[in-house]
Design a protein around this ligand. Sequence first.
Ligand SMILES: [Zn+2]
Length: 446
Amino acid sequence: MLPRLRVKGATIVSMDPALGIIESGDLLIDNGKIIAVGRNVGSWAVMEIDGRGMIAMPGFINGHIHLWQTALRGVAADWTLDHYFDVLIGKVVRLYTPQDAYIGNLVGALDQINSGVTTLFDWCHIVNTPAHADAAVDALQDAGVRAIFAYGTPMTLFGTKEPHPADAGRMRKERLSSSDALVTMALAIRGTDFAPGTAETDIRFARELGLLASFHVACAKHGPRPQSMQNLAEQRLLGPDINLVHANFLTADEFRVIADDGSNVSITPEVEMQMGLGLPPTGAVLAARVNFNIGTDVVTGVSTDMFTQMRFLIQTQRALTNDSFHKRETMPDKLAMTAKQALELATIKSAQCLGLDTRIGSLTPGKEADIVLLRKSDINMRAAADPIAAIVLHAGVANVDTVIVGGKIVKQNGKLTYRELPRRLTDLDSSSERLYRSFVANESAA
Ligand SMILES: [Zn+2]
């Protein structure tokens, strides 16, 4: 049993339409769940957290990240997508041991918690062997974050017609069989662009295992795509259990098909613009009423926090819309998207995409206690009257004071509670140095 907690006197941004924003509000948490939200709730608590001067919000839900890349943070800062495929995916991945996968995932997950993410979708394609997959799952479980481990393929399978590794069935049966656990499972398949003709088999495999299937699609210009979304729809292979990542060059007709079948899209705006994947498809997705969320994606190239990604998403969409007015020699009469919409995409709507909205995504009684407290007393948050504008446009990682996952405090007073952090950071440095050294040695031998 986890202790009963009370957050007292916070500005609560519930993201629950029935509750809205509550000034000087309390959150009562018992056995990992939110049991009451409002003013002066709860008669007793084992532990009280002073929420005065804080915004309490649901934890961010990062819709797409490759945590294993944490040991190579920033290596792809100036790389195009093709350079990334040639070097990172083509050469560096095979140097990864299960220990590298573990430490990358562990420190990566702790970095997520530090930035206010309580749930992440780990699109894991470092599974050189089943031992790599186990190490990645060990790390997620050790970090204390809520996570969906998306079991990917070894990189050597990209571009082949080999089916998804059968070991995913072992993982589902033996380690990640529960849908209530902190770490649950999905399948990270190569999909229609990266393994043409195999996506059908892999989607059916995911369905046999009762898992969501996620794949990158239409995120580069390499000639015509081998398979359309209409083709998947005709085979009844779209649905709420299909997550499409990036989708920059899907057509309006394809987005309509996706919306009809209830599939969802993850947009990772910063990397899409940086590495040449294409413009974030936010406008087309909104127009077709497709469910979507926001993710951070490659740790090798872009920021890992959701504040940055919300800002990239909303401002890119505003810039594109504003530009369409300028092209007609006029000025916009209103801005595209609202700050609240951006926050929804990083919380409740992200939970909907992952099929977790009955459990997380808002501060609603009965849901899991995944809560973030942001210091609005900090100088960059001072005088911000609208708490949603403050979160979306002004806040940053430095303002994340407290993070609670499933009723457990994982960051307090601005510090992670994970006990072995200094040792693990040193382990990450060693992994990083070894990977760089082996890569350089390989390059000069070639
Ligand atoms: Zn990705």
